[in-house]
Write a protein that binds this ligand. Structure first.
Ligand code: APR
Ligand code: ZN
Length: 363
């Protein structure tokens, strides 16, 4: 089977649209015809050389589509099912998976961009090409492990479903699964891109108040207000003082959703004693951050790291889809632009300028 795909070659920040070969699904894997793929900040990190990966790579990890064929032994899904893809497929056998914490699975090979048997299902001119996070959703077709394809109701449009697969799962998950924010608690979100706006949606869902959005871009701040932010701030040197004034002494939760060292370092200053700072944005590799550890300890502040909003895909994707269908999670408001695969480089340029909440490729 052949497919058009957006391929990244190491050293280049531009993707090439190429025709790749996609293998038949082997045991335990499924062939998915993509309906949509989001363009996420994590893809941008790869293009800009922030992280090292096997190359060449079919980019994209935030996708949804229809199962068109299944390999031997697959029992969770069947052809015709609509699925959201997970970019961190659980092995289902390690201690973490067995204790319900698939988000810290130690058996997954998704970060190596290979299937559980160590192979890639994709080729380019007869040579291996690797699906980013074993998803590779910027392609007409993908072959993924059964545990990465989560069935959701067909009423959820593909563009919405694709965003549930990363930014929504991460943003809402970090509020619900990691921070466990309660109604009436205060929060500040630094960075209101796709992930930050998803955190704001999660905060609105659980009844946080006030909800403060911080971003350099005014359009992002107006999107934040539409999704539930009660206050918006373009950051300057007195950000901490402004947050303290709104919250009466510091927020109970501060989320960083950019992936920048400086803004991560600003988190402890935004929270009240006993508050919680959460690192959601992913910085470049080998970029250490520093804090005043004594002040952090003396004020009883907590610092959390989270990956994927501690999402358990099989548990959380159907819940998030149901919340969307019930009108309680306006995922469609995150979509700024629906684009063709051939327009993907423009979408990354817009992202680098801080524009667009989410561009979504529709197939
Ligand atoms: N202060 C405030 N906002 C900033 C700053 C800054 N110094 N620098 C950038 N921003 C804003 C941008 O304007 C943009 O709205 O941060 C936002 C980043 O959003 P996106 O580029 O859309 O990235 P997103 O997909 O949301 O991912 C954010 O989360 O999962 C990780 O790898 C991902 O590190 C990335 C982060
Ligand atoms: Zn993502």
């Amino acid at each position: 089977m052949r497919a058009q795909a957006a391929v990244h070659f190491e050293g280049s920040s531009e993707l090439q649209i190429r025709e790749i070969e996609v293998a038949e699904p082997g045991p335990g894997t499924v062939l998915v015809k993509l309906g949509a793929s989001g363009v996420c900040g994590s893809d941008r990190h790869v293009l800009d050389g922030d992280w090292q990966l096997p190359s060449p790579t079919v980019m994209g990890h935030e996708g949804a589509g229809e199962v068109v064929a299944i390999g031997e032994g697959v029992i969770d899904v069947e052809p015709g099912d609509h699925v959201i893809l997970s970019w961190f497929y659980p092995c289902r056998r390690c201690t973490a998976c067995l204790s319900g914490r698939a988000y810290v699975c130690t058996g997954s090979r998704s970060e190596e961009c290979v299937l559980p048997d160590g192979t890639t299902p994709l080729a380019l001119d007869g040579e291996p090409v690797y699906p980013y996070l074993t998803a590779g959703t910027m392609s007409e077709y993908a072959v993924v492990p059964e545990s990465a394809a989560i069935k959701v109701p067909k009423e959820v449009p593909y563009d919405v479903a694709s965003l549930i697969g990363c930014s929504i799962a991460t943003g809402v998950g970090t509020v619900v699964n990691d921070a466990e924010v309660d109604a009436g608690e205060s929060a500040v979100v630094v960075g209101a891109g796709g992930v930050g706006l998803s955190i704001i949606m999660g905060l609105q869902l659980v009844g946080a108040n006030p909800i403060i959005a911080v971003d350099l871009n005014e359009d992002k701040l107006s999107a934040a207000r539409e999704l539930g932010a009660t206050h918006t701030i373009v950051p300057g040197p007195d950000l901490a003082a402004q947050v303290a004034e709104i919250t009466g002494g510091g927020a109970e939760y501060a989320f960083e959703a950019i992936g920048r060292v400086q803004t991560i370092e600003s988190l402890p200053g935004l929270i009240a004693p006993g508050g919680t700072a959460i690192i959601v944005g992913l910085p470049p590799a080998d970029a250490p951050v520093s804090f005043d550890a004594l002040a952090l300890a003396e004020t009883g502040k907590r610092l959390l790291g989270t990956n994927y909003g501690s999402t358990v895909p099989g548990r959380d994707f159907p819940k998030l889809a149901a919340l969307y269908l019930a009108g309680r999670l306006p995922v469609d408001k995150l979509i700024s632009e629906r684009i063709q695969l051939s327009e993907v480089n423009e979408a990354f340029d817009a992202m680098r300028r801080g524009e667009r909440a989410r561009s979504v490729i529709v197939f």
